[in-house]
Design a protein around this ligand. Structure first.
Ligand code: ATP
Ligand code: MG
Length: 245
């Protein structure tokens, strides 16, 4: 396998806060990787760095062999990285399909192709009965699905999901999990930030754990949940435990 994404010593500070510090990991083509960590760990900030919303002050972000650190968001979207927002940001005055078309248009050749692509992904996420509805009728769970549709409409090679399960009912969680799990088989590499841990632990074969801006674990779910540093991070202890064993 070849690395699609390589984070090499990536960091960013907001004033005195080191929100992301010296983060290094690779994601192979076709992987589905979970990214977890307590509130404020730096997960969304890491996404903002990958997606071009923020420029790192150290390190390199290599996508498909090219350093993309500091590229603008639309440029990053065009080369194949799509992301969802933790707080959905739809265009409220537009319909559901129009929202998705705006993403599709970045990579489709015409308005009619964009509409076709939008209809396709709305079906995939189970929003087919809301195609022409105003966004304002969507519940939290449906808005999350709209976020997923907007990301997939780009035909991404890498998709960054940020808490797409928050506010979903258990049956919606099941449906969206199945959709996420199907993506690697269709050539879409996935990084998935989620607080609904059972969904991610049962789906991803590899979990990255971020705490206070640093990567503290990287391994299979069963290994990560037993890791003492991870347990301490979630229990909120002041100092992480020393190396195990
Ligand atoms: N634009 C910003 N300016 C200043 N501080 C920021 C900014 N964005 C994030 N932060 C801070 O950086 C830290 C990491 O935030 P981030 O949103 O990345 O955490 P997170 O892991 O996504 O948390 P959550 O699970 O709550 O979504 C937090 O302390 C946050 O307050
Ligand atoms: Mg976040």
């Amino acid at each position: 396998m070849t690395a699609l994404l390589k984070m090499e010593g990536v960091g960013i500070s907001f004033g005195a806060l080191r929100a992301v510090h010296d983060v290094t990991f690779s994601v192979e083509q076709g992987e589905l990787v979970g990214l977890i960590g307590p509130n404020g760990a730096g997960k969304s900030t890491l996404y903002n760095l990958m997606a071009g919303a923020l420029r790192p002050d150290s390190g390199r972000i290599v996508f498909d062999g090219r350093n993309i650190a500091g590229l603008k968001p639309h440029h990053v979207a065009r080369i194949g990285i799509a992301r969802t927002f933790q707080i959905p940001k739809p265009y409220r005055q537009m319909s559901v399909v129009e929202n998705v078309m705006l993403s599709a248009m970045l990579n489709e050749r015409s308005v009619s192709k964009s509409r076709e692509r939008a209809a396709e992904v709305l079906f995939e996420v189970g929003l087919e009965s809301y195609v022409d509805s105003p966004v304002s009728v969507l519940t939290t769970g449906l808005l999350k699905r709209l976020e997923v549709a907007r990301a997939l409409a780009l035909r991404p090679r890498l998709v960054l999901f940020d808490e797409i399960m928050a506010g979903l009912t258990p049956s919606e969680v099941k449906a969206v999990t199945a959709l996420v799990a199907s993506l690697p088989g269709r050539g879409i590499t996935v990084i998935w930030v989620e607080h609904v841990l059972y969904a991610i632990m049962n789906t991803a074969r590899r979990i990255l754990v971020l705490n206070r801006g640093e990567l503290i674990a990287d391994g299979p779910p069963q290994q990560v949940v037993r890791d003492r540093n991870v347990v301490s991070a979630y229990l909120g202890e002041e100092e992480p435990a020393d190396a195990q064993g």
